[in-house]
Design a protein around this ligand. Structure first.
Ligand code: ADP
Length: 669
């Protein structure tokens, strides 16, 4: 289960240092990785290219060997023929047959001429010799061959459409140290290439034979022209000639892109970069969120610390999961002594244990009282009156995980309330005493009447008895005696009622709600009101329907209100004509079912400036007035959930009306 803790135990990791440094190592590593990735295919391509080059060189060597071998074979045949011719001249037919055989052996052989020691042609076969004879280079080669006594090749030369395509081989003939003439074989270099280079090689490579000036003297390019990427040159190494075999592969450099490796490397690198960027942004967002959270935390902590309201969270089992500093101060305990605790809690006051326990049982069953007053016991034993508000604690997924309470210390409020109540009580008492002071003087005066009447009735009764006991012996007038005693009894009762009602009124007591019938209350004070009214020559008219619904009220308070209102009304009428001095008490049921009681006079009425301050304590327009009456009346009526209002009487004077809730509809206190 998730725990809520005090700020001290709830920390976030230290902020990550800002700046480019934290990215340096990963970025370098990624760059290195990318470099390696890119280098690998390049390296592979390089290797492939090297391999092809090496292959070409090997093939070129092989072709060169083939060509050399072919020419060497021809040279050998020629040398054999020359050796024979130097000794003896064969019959022409035999010679021709032998020459024909040589032509058959190698198609590149185009012509054979046999010169004698004087340079005269003794026999020939093959191509016609041009009229101008051998070329200059061929003659040079012949001279060189003769002087060195070794066979020698001429530079290539052209003939019959071929620019340079022919080459001569001069073989000097010696016999017994004597120059016997020479044999000259002419080869077609193109045919040499065509006949001796295998087709598969010609398919892949453009072959050419170059002379000393790099002129192409023969070439074969079955697979198209070479690309110039893989080339190799190799001298044929013919004595006297500088012919070079050049090969040029038709293959280009290996292409980079179609390479699967390169493709995957590019995809990989792209993926890497994209995920790196995504990671980068994600981290940036996380850092931003973390900073916002940190600020929020700081704000929340500051708020919690500055709160005067105590906060306490509990999980569903009632275990305390969080308290704020204000709560700790309230109960005088450190958070360690509260967190994780289950009831009974250390701040429960022993006298309220049952109340706590019954409330805790309700919490366990999943229902809390949203607001209640209770008492906590501080660690030093002092009782702290508190007002507790409870609300369900819901987590981010909307799950109910516990309860959060905010707790107000209402010690000061309670003290003020108590002080206020005492003050009010004192005021009420003094107001009652003041009223009583006035009343008692009137009471003394009024009680005089019944007491005097009782005295005279009893004196009369005594007289009757004395006369019967006297000398004249007259009988006792029983009827007269009874009447006198009855009158005395009535007067005594009336005096008693007056005294009782005053006693009831003045007695200091706690307000008590009961079902009260308004007609009853009015009857109860009627004697007192009449007493006051009669003194001021005011006539009293009471119009209270006997079937009024009962109200829930404190009877004595309502009596006091009525007495105050009637006294004010009587006093307001002191200055007007005695025949107009009428005090009316009426009552009716209002629209909302409330009972409204009105006290109506024909007095001087209430001026607007007086109306403004009418209900203020100690406001009075009378010389001997205390100004508490209306203030107390209003407090008393509002205490009952009713209202006290006043209005002008259309026929002159004032109407004071108070309302009270009916007994069955009144809210239960
Ligand atoms: P007190 O009667 O001691 O002056 P109250 O609070 O009862 O104190 O009344 C305050 C004032 O309200 C009175 O002084 C008077 O001026 C005015 N007042 C009260 N009742 C009436 C009334 N029925 N008619 C005219 N004025 C009234």
């Amino acid at each position: 289960m998730k725990r809520y803790h005090m700020k001290t135990s709830f920390t976030l990791p230290r902020p990550v240092p800002e700046g480019p440094w934290r990215w340096l190592v990963p970025v370098l590593l990624v760059l290195l990785f990318l470099l390696v990735l890119l280098w690998l295919p390049w390296q592979a391509r390089q290797m492939e290219s090297n391999e092809r080059q090496e292959q070409l060189i090997a093939d070129t060597l092989w072709v060169e060997q083939t060509l050399r071998f072919e020419l060497a074979r021809s040279e050998e045949a020629l040398a054999a023929l020359g050796a024979d011719l130097a000794v003896d001249t064969p019959p022409p037919a035999a010679l021709q047959a032998r020459l024909a055989q040589m032509f058959k052996n190698g198609h590149e052989l185009q012509r054979i001429i046999w010169y004698d020691a004087n340079g005269q042609v003794k026999a020939s076969r093959g191509l016609e010799l041009p009229p101008e004879g051998l070329t200059q280079s061929s003659r040079d080669a012949a001279a060189m061959a003769r002087s060195t006594r070794l066979g020698r090749y001429s530079e290539p030369y052209g003939a019959r459409g071929l620019v340079h395509g022919l080459i001569d081989f001069h073989l000097p003939l010696y016999h017994a140290g004597k120059y016997m003439g020479s044999l000259v074989a002419t080869y077609n270099l193109q045919t040499l290439l065509d006949e001796n280079v295998p087709w598969w090689f010609a398919q892949d490579n453009a072959l050419s034979l170059l002379d000393g000036d790099d002129h192409v003297v023969a070439q074969r390019a079955a697979g198209g022209p070479g690309r110039g990427v893989y080339t190799h040159k190799r001298a044929l190494d013919l004595p006297g000639s500088q012919i070079v075999l050049a090969t040029d592969s038709v293959k280009g450099a290996p292409k980079l892109l179609p390479n699967l490796l390169v493709g995957s490397v590019i995809v990989l690198a792209l993926g890497l970069v994209i995920s790196l960027v995504a990671l980068w942004r994600h981290i940036a967002r996380t850092i931003a969120a973390e900073n916002a959270l940190r600020q929020q935390m700081a704000f929340r902590t500051a708020m919690e610390d500055s709160l005067l309201t105590g906060l306490r969270a509990r999980d569903l089992e009632g275990r305390v999961t969080y308290v704020n500093p204000a709560f700790c101060r309230m109960v005088g305990l450190p958070p360690e002594d509260l967190l994780g605790k289950m009831p009974p809690m250390p701040y429960w006051a022993p006298e309220a244990m049952t109340e706590y326990e019954s409330r805790f049982r309700k919490v366990l069953s999943g229902q809390v009282t949203p607001q209640f007053e209770t008492v906590f016991q501080r660690s030093d034993g002092v009782r702290v009156p508190v007002l507790v508000f409870e609300a369900p604690l819901v987590d981010a997924n909307g799950r109910h995980t516990g309860w959060m309470s905010s707790i107000l210390d209402i010690t000061d409020r309670k003290r003020a309330e108590e002080l206020n109540r005492q003050q009010q009580e004192k005021l009420e008492t003094s107001a009652r005493l003041a009223t009583m002071g006035e009343i008692s003087s009137m009471l003394a005066h009024e009680l005089n009447q019944p007491l005097a009447a009782i005295a005279s009735y009893t004196a009369g009764a005594l007289n009757v008895l004395a006369r019967a006991d006297g000398d004249d012996g007259a009988p006792v007038d029983a009827g007269m005696l009874k009447r006198a005693l009855e009158q005395a009894n009535t007067q005594a009762r009336r005096a008693g009622q007056i005294i009782r009602s005053v006693h009831e009124f003045v007695k200091k007591r706690e307000p008590r709600r009961e079902t009260v019938a308004i007609p009853n209350v009015v009857d109860g004070i009627r004697a007192l009101v009449e007493l006051q009214a009669r003194q001021s020559y005011v006539s009293l008219s009471v119009d209270v329907p006997p079937d009024l619904p009962p109200v829930l009220a404190d009877r004595v308070l309502i009596e006091q209100v009525l007495l105050n209102l009637t006294r004010n009304a009587i006093e307001a009428m002191q200055a007007i004509d005695p025949e107009r001095r009428v005090l009316r008490i009426t009552a009716h049921t209002g629209e909302q079912g409330e009972v409204a009681v009105s006290v109506i006079d024909n007095g001087h009425g209430i001026a607007p400036e007086v109306a403004e301050r009418l209900f203020s304590p100690f406001f009075s327009t009378k010389a001997e007035g205390m100004g508490m009456g209306l203030s107390i009346c209003r407090t008393a009526i509002e205490f009952h959930g009713g209202t006290l209002t006043h209005a002008a009487n259309p026929g002159g004077g004032t109407v004071f009306t108070f309302t009270l809730q009916q007994a069955q509809t009144a809210p239960v206190a």
